[in-house]
Structures are given as structure tokens and as C-alpha cells.
Ligand binder design. Sequence first.
Ligand code: SF4
Length: 256
Amino acid sequence: MSAAPQLIDSPNPAPPVPGETPSDAFLADLAAESQRLESATPDEILAWAHERYAPSLAMGTAFGPEGCLLLSLLPKLAPSTYVFNLETGYQFQQTLDLRDRICEKYGLEIDMLEPELSVPEYEALHGGPLYKTDPDRCCHDRKIKVLQRAAVGRTAWMSGIRRDQSPVRAKQPIVAWDRKFHLVKISPLANATKQGVWTRLLKEGVPYNPLHDEGYPSVGCWPCTQKADGSGDERAGRWAGNAKTECGLHTDGGGI
Ligand code: SF4
């Protein structure tokens, strides 16, 4: 384990208010902190995030293995974190059951944030399921807009993305300004590997989605998730047959 990161003594530059562009000093401070945390463990990054941003710190999770690992650490390292899931209405029942197991085991409350329209209302409005014809719009309506609403009044959010998951995520800093959601974005597992996450998950008995044992390397909404295609690409089963590889939460201003 590396040495605990030292907290800087000087006051931190204030985050921008809604509608304001972040100052150069603020961005430089985030970049310096991100660089310093490159040698920190995920536990140390979580503790740092909590010390700096609680009680305005949030975490989004889709209950992937990375998210489950972070959730298991929250009670000890970042106990006041507001945790949410983007409940699109299209999640697997196994994912919703996992949410219950995690909450029970770690004593967590996880807010299930829903879009304005239910699935039947949304599909009726668009003459059928939009995930078949316009998945970008579907993700925007049922994920991005929901997180934009949840971001109001908060300062920072965390997610479990790893750089080695995909080329889009490869340059994700540990700490960065997320202009899409007007929040500081913290990625405590940016440096982690798939094997490292799974080794710790299994060693520490953290609950995970049983769909992984059935051949799904990455689990999202059921209409847009398939089993592994043999390519070794852990996100190949998401939006299979479509050029789309991300829902948009981690692209275009997601700290990259
Ligand atoms: S992953 Fe698929 S079903 Fe879920 S919000 Fe995106 S397009 Fe819609």
C-alpha cells in the first residue's frame, strides 16, 4: 500500500456556481490533486474525496463489480456519500436484487432515480421502444437528464470507471471537472485493473451481479446488454451491433 496522500494546507479554490465557468485556479488545483492521487490507493482516494467534498459528495452506480467494491468501502471511508442509481426502468431483475443485497450488507441507502416518464409512457410517446431506433436519445432521456437533475446542489460525484475498460475511458483523470454535469468528478478506480477489482471483490466477499457468472462481462439495461462475444472486449456486449459504446455519462465533458 502506498503512503497516505498529504492534504494541501492552503484553502481550496471554490467550485464554480451553476452557470459559471470554472476558474483557472480551480482547474489547476483539481489537476494537481489528481496527479498527486495517481499513487494513492482507491481507499485513500475515497477518504480524500469525503474529507474534501462531504456532505456534497455523491456516487453513481450501476452495480458493476467496480461500483460494488466502492459501495463496500463507503461505510468506513465516506459514510455520508449520497448514492444513486439511474433506474431507467430497463434494468435486469438481478441488478435490482443486487441493490437490495448491497444495501442490507453494508447498511446503505441507495436512491433509485427515475426518468420523468415510466417505460410504458415513454414507449407510447415514441411509438415503441426508442432503444431500438435511437439509443442515444433513450440514454439521454433516461440517464443523462436524470443525473443532471440529481447534480443540482452537489459539488462532486464518483463513479467506478477504469481506464482499461475502453479507449474512451483511457484518459480519465482521477479528479477532473465534469462540465456535462457541472460537478467535480472523482474516479477512485481509474488506475485499477479488471483482475485487481475481481480479486479484491472475491477476497472480501463483496456481493456482485450473478449475470457476470452467466457470461455477461458488463451489465447495463437488458435491451442493450449481451453476453461476451469472444473478443475479450469487456464492453462489447453493450449496444452490440451498434457503434454506440457508452451511454454518455462518461464522455463529452465527463472529465476527459
Ligand atoms: S442502455 Fe439502452 S435501454 Fe438503457 S437507457 Fe440506454 S438505450 Fe435506453
